[in-house]
Design a protein around this ligand. Sequence first.
Ligand code: PLP
Length: 453
Amino acid sequence: MDLINQFARLAVNYINTRNDQPVFPGGEAIQRLDEFAAPLQAEPLDPGSVLAMLDRIGSPATVKSAAGRYYGFVTGGSLPAALSAKLLASVWDQNSALSVMSPVAAKLETVAAQWIISAVGLPQDCGYGFVTGDTMANFTALAAARHQLLKQLGWNVEAQGLFGAPEIDVIVGNEVHVSVLKALSMLGFGKDRLIRVPVDKQGSMLPDKIPPITTPTIVCTQAGNVNTGAFDPVKEICTRLHASPCWVHVDAAFGLWAAASPAKKYLAQGMELAHSWATDAHKWLNVPYDCGLVFVRDKEALYKAMTSSAAYLPTDGIREPMHYVPEMSRQARAIPVWAALKSLGTKGLAELIEKNCGQARYLAEHLRAAGFTILNDVVLNQVLVSFGDPELTRQVITRVQQEGVCWCGGTVWQEKTAMRISVSCWATTQEDLDRSLVSIIKHANSVKHSQNE
Ligand SMILES: *Cc1c(COP(=O)(O)O)cnc(C)c1O
């Protein structure tokens, strides 16, 4: 119990001070990590000392991505209810493979998934599973697609494999996320035999550039481009392809949550017409890492692609979590998801999404007013800023990162070097935004000034 009290003290201290620390650890803190690399000693060490060492060396070297001024990648923080639920779930240490291993984990998978299905308007009866993140969610959904399309061609891919199988085509947008390419390559589709469809200036697939589909085809669409936040026109794509032999998948890593907001759901219009959806809970739903979710309209296809059987496994006719995902033993990822949703309610979920979108707009407006170029239409939570030529923009990003008031990454968007700002954290306040703007504008002006000399 002393250990748990010690842990609680350390955790409270970390949470109370993280917003005053540099968002990215300094060089000294990173160097001190080498202390971890000493050879493993022979004698046991008491757990209190192990925890104290982890805190002393580890905590200063963390990225404060769970606090309010981290805008890197699309990261998200952790809602207090989700974080504490995850901690309690760690105390429970449940294996969520089977309902007989953890009735509570199995129940909360169903409850949390159904709430999400309702909140974002997916088909009520679709299959679902909890995985590590959106990469695995894409993988799982596309495995279901592979199963179903090959089955229609008289081929059982789980039994017969891919050697000698009938070919199926895969269509992606030119702005497809690399995780979809990885999932496709792991599934045996390869990365080089994909059909790529051109996109518009925001990165949305141009539906009239999709070639006619005559043979079974997987069409990978995207809801929420990692740079611009743009959505592929999923409704138009699904409507156009309605009579074609295809499976439309939506990579909705963070865009799915727009559908939970009355103000933003127009972006995700028609998403429910697709066959499968992949998303993250650890990004915009703000649950602690890691957690992704897969949804598949054809529950049976998902089950057939993922199931396994053995004499010791129950066949009781109820939903067993492991039959819908690649893993068998796993942590109970649904628990923090349930807690996040329960603490927000449908209204709070919409407000979280709309708040971050408004904050992104605020940053964009002020950076534009300060004389810098916003490269994207800020429709969601993503902002791309150019401060001038590529070298200048890169320098601004480096200086902002070094100062540590906030953290923004870089990217190249349609051949233009940009700072990439993603507002995805529940904890971001107006004060956080204003402090971040002061830092970014100060460095941008000073870099510009020194370039002009
Ligand atoms: C983040 C992201 C992914 C990958 O998700 P992971 O959770 O990192 O596996 C895939 N697609 C999009 C659009 C993303 O934003």
